[in-house]
Design a protein around this ligand. Structure first.
Ligand SMILES: Cc1cc2nc3c(=O)[nH]c(=O)nc-3n(C[C@H](O)[C@H](O)[C@H](O)COP(=O)(O)OP(=O)(O)OC[C@H]3O[C@@H](n4cnc5c(N)ncnc54)[C@H](O)[C@@H]3O)c2cc1C
Length: 407
C-alpha cells in the first residue's frame, strides 16, 4: 500500500491525539490534521471525576505538551466540528472547509446518555464529559449542598466520593440493586455499597427516576418510580455514554447496532482507508473471538497508538485485553479482562471486607478477568493470567504465588 501523504484525525480526545503523536513517532513525515470541536488542547478524562473533582488540581493530564503540536508539525484545529465524511471523494467537511485525506481516523468518542423522563430539559441537570463540566461541577460541591447523582457507575461513584470529601450530602440513585453491579456483580458490588454508605452516601437502589421535579424552570430534585421525592441543589446525570457514530453512520460505514463503528482486528472500518479508535470502535478482538467496544482510558490510548502503524501499512491486529482503573476514597483498583459477573465463577484472594483483595472471574476454569483492589504487587502476573485465559485451580488463585502460576 502506498504511503499516505495526508492523514486526517477527527476527535481531539485521548484516542485521536495518541494517534497523531504515534504517527510522528513512527516517522511519518506527511501532513497530520487533528480536528476537534472543543476549545482545549487534547486532555485525558480520568482526572475530571478524580483529581479535579477532589480539588487536588485544576488541570487534567494533557495528552501532549502545548509545544508538541508545533514542534511535531501536527496541525491542531480546535473549536472545529467535522460535519460530513465523503468516503468516495476522500474528503471531510470541517467548519465550512472541505479537507482531503489519504487516510482518515474517526475518534469521536462518546457523549453522556440522557434520561427520557419529564423534566429532562431543565438546564441545570449536569453531565460530566468535558473539562469545563468538571470545573463547573467541582465548584458546586461544597459543605452541606444536597448532591443527587443519578447512576451508580464509575463516574457516579467517583463523584460521590469527591462530593463527600467536600462535605456535601450525597444521594445516589440507580435502578440496579448495587453500585457497579453490571460489571462487578453481587459480591464485589456490595463491597462498594458498604464503603460508600460508611462514608455517608445515601443510596436509592433498585428504583429508577420517574421525573425531575422543579420550579421556575430549574430542576430541584427527582421523583423516583416508587414515589419517593429526592430534593437536590446539584443534580448529576451519570447513566453511561453512547458512542458518537453520527459521522460514520452518515458516511455509510458499518455499525454494530447501537454500539459503535465496526472495525476489524486492525481497527479498519468497512470503508477503505478509514479507521476508528477509542470509545466509538466496535473492534473484532482476535484473541477473544468477539466484537467488543471498550470505553476506557487504556483502550483509547493504546488503540490510538496502534492505529498509527496500520495507517502506514503494518496491518497488525490489536490484541490488548481491556483494562481500567478507578479511585474512590482510599480504594484504588485496576480491572483487567472481560467477565460476565452473573455467569462466571468468582474467586477472591485476600480480604474482601478490608478492601484489600484480588477478585478473579473464571469461565470453564479459565481466568476471564481480574480486579486488584488496594493490592499493587501482582499487576504483571494478573495481566499474564488474563491475557492467556489461564486455567488455574481456584485454590491456587487464592493462595499460591501468582507470578509462579504462569510458570
Ligand atoms: C469523567 C470521566 C472519567 C473517566 N475515568 C476513567 C478512569 O478512571 N479509567 C478509565 O479507564 N477510563 C476512564 N474514563 C473513560 C476514558 O477516559 C474514555 O474511554 C476515553 O477518554 C475515550 O477517549 P476517546 O478519545 O475515544 O473519546 P473522547 O475522550 O470522548 O474524545 C472524543 C473527542 O472527539 C470530539 N468530537 C466528537 N465528534 C466530533 C466532530 N464531529 N467534530 C470534531 N470533534 C468531535 C469530542 O468533542 C471529543 O473531544 C473516564 C471518562 C470520563 C468521562
Amino acid at each position: 500500500m502506498a504511503e499516505p501523504r495526508r492523514i486526517v484525525i477527527v476527535g481531539t480526545g485521548l484516542a485521536g491525539a495518541s494517534a497523531a503523536g504515534a504517527l510522528r513517532e513512527q516517522g511519518f513525515e506527511g501532513d497530520v490534521l487533528l480536528i476537534g470541536e472543543q476549545r482545549h488542547r487534547p486532555y485525558e478524562l480520568p482526572a475530571l471525576s478524580k483529581g479535579i473533582m477532589l480539588g487536588d488540581t485544576d488541570d487534567p493530564d494533557w495528552v501532549h505538551d502545548e509545544s508538541f503540536y508545533a514542534e511535531k508539525n501536527v496541525e491542531l484545529r480546535l473549536r472545529t466540528k467535522a460535519t460530513a465524511v465523503h468516503v468516495g471523494d476522500r474528503t471531510i467537511d470541517v467548519g465550512g472547509a472541505t479537507e482531503p485525506w489519504d487516510r482518515l481516523v474517526l475518534a469521536t468518542g462518546s457523549t453522556p446518555r440522557r434520561l427520557r423522563v419529564p423534566g429532562a430539559d431543565y438546564p441545570n441537570i449536569r453531565r460530566l464529559r468535558r473539562l469545563d463540566d468538571a470545573r463547573d461541577l467541582r465548584a458546586e460541591l461544597t459543605e452541606g449542598k444536597r448532591v443527587v447523582i443519578i447512576g451508580a457507575g464509575w463516574i457516579g461513584c467517583e463523584v460521590a466520593a469527591a462530593a463527600r470529601k467536600h462535605g456535601a450530602a450525597v444521594t445516589v440513585i440507580d435502578p440496579l440493586p448495587l453500585p457497579l453491579h453490571r460489571v462487578l456483580g453481587d459480591t464485589v458490588g456490595a463491597v462498594f455499597r458498604k464503603m460508600h454508605e460508611t462514608e455517608g452516601v445515601t443510596f436509592h437502589l433498585g428504583v429508577g427516576v420517574a421525573e425531575y421535579t422543579g420550579a421556575d424552570g430549574i430542576a430541584t430534585g427527582v421523583r423516583l418510580e416508587d414515589g419517593t421525592e429526592v430534593p437536590g441543589d446539584v443534580l448529576l446525570l451519570a447513566v453511561g455514554a453512547r458512542p458518537r457514530t453520527e459521522l460514520a453512520h452518515e458516511a455509510g460505514l458499518a455499525l454494530s447496532e447501537g454500539a459503535g463503528v465496526d472495525v476489524d482486528a486492525t481497527l479498519r472500518t468497512s470503508a477503505p482507508d478509514v479507521y476508528a479508535v477509542g470509545d466509538i470502535a466496535a473492534h473484532f478482538h482476535p484473541r477473544l473471538g468477539q466484537r467488543i467496544r471498550v470505553e476506557h482510558w487504556a483502550n483509547a490510548k493504546d488503540q490510538g497508538a496502534h492505529v498509527a502503524k496500520n495507517l502506514l501499512g503494518a496491518g497488525e491486529p490489536y490484541t490488548a485485553s481491556p483494562y481500567f482503573f478507578s479511585d474512590q476514597y482510599d480504594l484504588g483498583m485496576e480491572f483487567r479482562g472481560l467477565a460476565d459477573p452473573f455467569a462466571d465463577e468468582l474467586v477472591v484472594r485476600g480480604d474482601l471486607e478490608g478492601r484489600e483483595f484480588i477478585a478473579f472471574w473464571l469461565r470453564d476454569g479459565a481466568v476471564q478477568a481480574a480486579m486488584n483492589v488496594n493490592m499493587w504487587d501482582d499487576g504483571d502476573a494478573l495481566q499474564a493470567l488474563v491475557d492467556a485465559r489461564a486455567r488455574v485451580e481456584p485454590a491456587k488463585l487464592v493462595d499460591a504465588d501468582l507470578a509462579s502460576l504462569m510458570g
